[in-house]
Design a protein around this ligand. Structure first.
Ligand SMILES: Cc1ncc(COP(=O)(O)O)c(C=O)c1O
Length: 373
């Protein structure tokens, strides 16, 4: 089955939910040398070891080809592949969990599929039909389900990505692309006590740019200012708007939440801010649990002022990898501000609620959990 570009353009989620998905013809080339026995599942770090198989699907001659699932391993590319020159490269991050009955669970995977396609459109790359993304992923997870760790906090991290594999030195979009889905059994993401620096000079994104997309280059551009912050004794950067550096936007590669007194604040999504799945889930859960939430511009000035008066209770990052990552303090204009250590924080309550839903330890009133076993 071949999907051409115009077909995939019409493949929006609302429409595809109503129709039955087409059955895909996925070729499976199983590994003859599983590495699973060499993995220490009790000591997994994050995203460092990779499961036996990966899904690969090529786009050429204006159409998506049949996907294949093949042993995880190196891929061969021509040096003129446009990914190397013009950075057409996008990705997603998601997780699969296994519950105590052995069910394999995803969390809002449609959101990742839709966001990958938003990123694709912005970078002049072909959109990916739902069939390829969802059925491809489900087939891969069934094949490698023994790789899903079950210890508390662990998961199978899923990395779908697409890059320009078409060749040429001309600065124009490639004519061929490769979609890959690879997975990595990962342990709980512990970052320890995180101190962040509020950025006064660099920006991760600008109006009209690609900040809302998960484009590889966004992350490359973050590394240098983050390294400068590390050299000053911080672990991460709080990104501010590129124009005035007066408004808080994101925390590292996470969305940011700030609690002032009992109100939870988060910045509105925009051209510059990634529309995080964790962020939107937290907003919903917080509101449903009676926590006042304000989605609005947050000025650095009000956060500093709140830190001085004691009204600032919590800052935390939100994203798939860590789910919620509490921040212990921040630096701004040469002054460090510490956050209080709370017995019952919003961060820990919200993290428990969301991870209990993800791992089937609680009811899922929202229908976010998807069983793919
Ligand atoms: C820049 C950025 N912001 C926010 C997020 C959080 O998004 P999500 O909750 O969908 O993982 C991510 C991670 O995907 C990210 O890379």
């Amino acid at each position: 089955m071949i999907f051409n570009k115009s077909q995939s353009k019409f493949c929006n989620f609302a429409a595809s939910k109503q129709s039955h998905r087409m059955a895909l013809d996925i070729r499976i080339d199983r590994t003859k040398n599983s590495r699973i026995d060499s993995i220490d599942f009790d000591n997994l770090s994050f995203g460092k070891v990779f499961s036996d198989h990966m899904l690969v699907c090529e786009y050429k001659n204006g159409a998506w080809q049949n996907p294949t699932i093949q042993p995880y391993g190196p891929m061969s590319l021509n040096p003129a592949a446009k990914i190397f020159h013009y950075g057409q490269s996008i990705f997603e991050g998601m997780k699969a969990y296994k519950d105590s009955d052995g069910n394999v669970l995803l969390f809002r995977p449609d959101e990742n599929w839709q966001r990958l396609n938003k990123s694709a459109s912005r970078l002049m790359m072909p959109e990916i039909p739902e069939e390829i993304f969802m059925e491809g992923l489900e087939t891969l997870l069934k094949l490698d389900s023994d790789w899903i760790p079950t210890a508390d906090g662990s998961s199978l991290y899923i990395r779908p990505f697409m890059f320009a594999s078409g060749e040429g030195f001309h600065a124009s979009p490639a004519d061929e692309y490769t979609l890959v889905i690879a997975t990595a059994p990962s342990g709980a993401y512990f970052s320890g006590k995180v101190k962040v620096s509020i950025e006064e000079k660099y920006a991760r994104a600008a109006n009209g740019g690609v900040g809302f997309a998960k484009a590889g280059g966004n992350y490359a551009a973050q590394f240098y200012p983050t390294q400068l912050a590390i050299e000053k004794g911080y672990q991460q950067v709080i990104w501010t708007d590129d124009n005035t550096h007066q408004f808080i936007e994101e925390a590292g590669a996470m969305n940011v939440f700030i609690r002032i007194n009992d109100t939870l604040l988060t910045s509105p999504t925009s051209d510059r801010i990634l529309d995080g799945v964790t962020r939107k889930s937290i907003i919903q859960i917080a509101e449903d649990n009676g926590i006042p939430v304000e989605v609005r511009k947050i000025s650095v000035g009000e956060v500093v002022e709140a830190a001085k008066t004691g009204a600032l209770k919590e800052i935390f990052g939100a994203g798939t990898a860590a789910v919620i990552s509490p921040i212990a303090g921040f630096g701004y204009q040469g002054t460090d501000y510490d956050l209080p250590e709370l017995e019952t924080s919003y961060a820990s309550k919200l993290k428990k609620t969301i991870t209990d839903i993800q791992t089937n330890k609680s009811e899922d009133p929202y229908g976010w959990r998807v069983n793919v076993s």
